[in-house]
Design a protein around this ligand. Structure first.
Ligand code: GTP
Ligand code: MG
Length: 305
């Protein structure tokens, strides 16, 4: 299918640019979407829910359009100060965006979308992305599309998508272009993100913690990048893994330091791939009791509560 995105009175060379918030429930695939659309691994992806904690941007350019995609924490129930911060982050991104993409995994029922409608400002256009379509057959995808019909006056479009099978970034960007405001580009075309590299390193280490440490501990863990030394032949990164309880520390370190080595190796590879340079990564572990509930500790870890 081809899309004709220009109408007769539009200037074909007119630039369009805007902020596109990517929202949805935890584990919907938002961070994976961000990495996929820009073709570079920048954001933390985990099979566990509630992985992303802060807004994060990645910039994609396509012909005369510039998209500043904003990854957000999943919309979820609030229990701790950290979760309150996460929900606020998602809501801020939704209210400040030019366009909102609501990611709805194909297996979800309409309830999540209806909850989103209650939070969403109706003056900001939104598009439903029916995600993870590779997990179902065509008939099931069609059925789900029909279910959304009931709300067709609320969304601008509904687009089925699988980042794991078959979907095209170019096609999606072309489909989205018409919903961006006419505006000069915000950033140079070679800028991939305006987030600090330190934030990205932190997310890579958090991703490794989510990958290797089970159960609740990753939700009580954060990373502080203490020093970065950029040398001509090597990048040195020093980081502290902050855990909330004394009992977590030996688990994060592991028997004969096996766990911290694994976390270190995985994170170092991710940083190395992004930087295309040799990386030295030094990790240590510290306990900060109740950091997810304490304003001062959260601030020191970069959460503006
Ligand atoms: N089958 C399939 N799995 C996907 C797809 N996109 C993402 N996933 C998986 O879904 C899981 C969650 O992905 P994330 O990108 O971390 O989800 P998220 O919405 O950012 O999650 P939070 O940050 O916790 O809110 C991971 O295991 C991904 O590999 C897809 O198109 N198909
Ligand atoms: Mg995420």
């Amino acid at each position: 299918m081809s899309l004709n995105i220009s109408s007769s009175n539009e200037d074909e060379n007119e630039k369009r640019a805007g902020f596109v918030a990517v929202v949805g429930r935890p584990n919907a695939g938002k961070s994976s979407f961000l990495n996929w659309i820009v073709g570079e691994k920048l954001a933390l992806v985990s099979h566990k829910a509630n992985a992303t904690r802060k807004r994060f941007n990645a910039i994609a350019n396509h012909e005369n359009a510039q998209f500043v995609f904003i990854d957000t924490p999943g919309i979820h129930k609030v229990e701790r100060l950290l979760n309150e911060f996460m929900l606020e982050e998602a809501l801020k991104a939704m209210t400040e965006a030019d366009l909102v993409l609501f990611l709805s995994p194909i297996e979800d029922d309409l309830r999540h979308y209806e909850e989103f409608l209650e939070l969403q400002n109706p003056n900001i256009p939104h598009i439903v992305i029916l995600s993870k379509t590779d997990t179902m057959n065509n008939e099931q995808v069609l059925k789900k599309l029909l279910k959304f019909n009931k709300h067709q006056d609320k969304f601008k479009a509904i687009i089925p998508l699988s980042i794991q099978k078959g979907s095209s970034q170019v096609y999606l960007l072309e489909s989205l272009t018409r919903y961006l405001p006419v505006h000069p580009f915000y950033y140079d075309e070679d800028i991939l993100t305006t987030s600090y590299l330190k934030e990205i390193y932190k997310e890579f280490i958090r991703e490794s913690v989510f990958k290797y440490i089970h159960k609740e501990i990753p939700y009580h863990t954060d990373i502080l990048i203490t020093k970065v030394n950029e040398k001509p032949d090597i990048l040195e990164v020093y980081a502290t893994i902050i855990v909330e309880r004394d009992t977590f520390k030996p688990i994060v370190i592991g028997k004969n330091a096996s766990m911290i080595k694994l976390i270190g190796q995985h994170s170092r590879h991710a940083i190395q791939k992004l930087e295309d340079k040799k990386v030295f990564l030094k990790l240590d572990v510290k306990v900060d009791k109740n950091w997810t509930k304490d304003k001062k500790s959260m601030k020191s870890l970069g959460y503006e509560v």
